[in-house]
Design a protein around this ligand. Structure first.
Ligand code: PLP
Length: 388
């Protein structure tokens, strides 16, 4: 059976009524026949049938053993960090998602968990940065917003030889494109807010483990800390996953056309998209991803925040907003939005210039999206002439 068939038919038909859509069990508790005798559900923080349908589905989709759904991507990340104890170290990708940086640095550092940030696209640097205390390697691939790629299989081998866990935040690639557990990772996390749900209509997080033993530990933390996903939101994520493969294929096709268009514009300096042969890590992306994804970033030949700000405020179909992975296209200016709290020298070291613009390419027709950018960049060209 092929993947899409397997996914659609892993979603159970309701035994009681035959409902083809998973029922939303909006309940806090479950009536027991005798104390401790029940149908597998006792209290809805511990388990809920709608959430369980999602958790079983995501485990299949990521080729893992166990899946768990959380109230947000950050709650999912938080659950993984809780596997560690005081004195342990995390080795993390240097251009990590800002919210994960904030959690690691401002919450966990004070409990004695240290974090080393490393350019994980360079395997040598990963090997050099591991210490006897390193218990968790944290990757994102591709990263945000410059879409840096790390070789997951090579880093999984290092993690295994050093007896530490490898967790991959698979939000940007999505499981339609990349299966980190197959490449040797131990844990995958997602902000299901993005591609998994796919319609910009909820906040949710996912953890999937490779082994049942690790799964039990995450399950314990999920129940003990309590940041679970609600039944209705679980249902929406299931509905999103039904079309994930189709959406990611089309997001990627549109993004490739837009990246190729941008690469030809004189007003554009760099285009960041793993599907372009000019991308630094194109070969590794090709090896470990089925699609190159829907996020494209570019910066301007004149690195000017005012001009970039004007571009992101002038598009018609690309709506100015944070987030990504939804059916409607979004545009954002990281230096003023997602990366505003990062000091500018550090931001520049990560390649995020003042004029860097990030697109989350949606499912509109690519011709219309290109026409939208063409018109805005054309207007900017005139202002470039005036500036020079
Ligand atoms: C959005 C995002 C998160 C955080 O997820 P929330 O659902 O917003 O809590 C984590 N990692 C990546 C890569 C993200 O894009």
């Amino acid at each position: 059976m092929q993947e899409q068939t397997k996914i659609l038919h892993h979603i159970p038909v309701d035994k009681l009524t035959g409902a083809i859509s998973v029922p939303i069990y909006q309940t806090s508790t479950f009536v027991q026949e005798e104390p401790g005798v029940h149908k597998g559900f006792d209290y809805a923080r511990s388990n809920n049938p709608t959430r369980k349908a999602l958790e079983d589905l995501i485990a299949v989709l990521e080729h893992g053993s166990n899946g768990y759904a959380f109230a947000s991507g950050l709650a999912a990340i938080d659950a993984v960090v809780k596997l560690l104890k005081t004195g342990d170290e995390i080795l993390a990708v240097d251009d990590i998602y800002g919210g994960a940086f904030r959690l690691f640095t401002h919450i966990y550092q004070k409990f004695g968990i240290k974090v080393n940030y490393v350019d994980t696209s360079n395997i040598k640097k990963v090997e050099e940065a591991i210490t006897p205390q390193t218990k968790l390697i944290w990757l994102e691939s591709p990263t945000n917003p410059t879409l840096k790629i790390s070789d997951i299989e090579a880093i999984a081998k290092i993690a295994k030889s050093k007896h530490c866990l490898l967790c991959v935040d698979n939000t940007f690639a999505s499981p339609a494109s990349q299966k980190p557990l197959e490449l040797g990772a131990d844990i995958v996390v997602h902000s299901a807010t993005k591609y998994l749900s796919g319609h910009s209509d909820l906040i949710a997080g996912i953890v999937v483990t490779r082994t049942p033993e690790l799964g039990e530990k995450i399950k314990f933390i999920q129940n003990a800390s309590g940041a679970i996903l609600a039944p209705f939101d679980s249902w929406l994520v299931i509905r999103g996953i039904e079309t994930l493969q189709l959406r990611v294929r089309q997001h990627s096709e549109n993004a490739q056309a837009i990246a190729e268009f941008l690469a030809k514009q004189d007003v554009v300096q760099n285009v960041y998209y793993p599907g372009l042969p000019s991308h630094h890590n194109h070969a590794i992306a090709k090896k470990q991803q089925k699609y190159f994804g829907g996020v494209v970033a570019f910066d301007l030949a004149i690195d000017d925040k005012e001009i970039a700000s004007k571009i992101v405020s002038s598009t018609t179909y690309f709506k100015l907003a944070e987030s990504l992975g939804g059916v409607k296209s979004l545009i954002c200016l990281p230096c003023e939005m997602t990366h505003k709290s990062i000091p500018s020298e550090i931001r520049y070291q990560a390649g995020v210039k003042d004029s860097l613009i990030r697109l989350s390419v949606g499912l509109e027709d690519a011709e219309d999206l290109i026409a939208d950018l063409k018109q805005v960049l054309g207007a900017i060209k005139t202002s470039f002439v005036h500036t020079v």
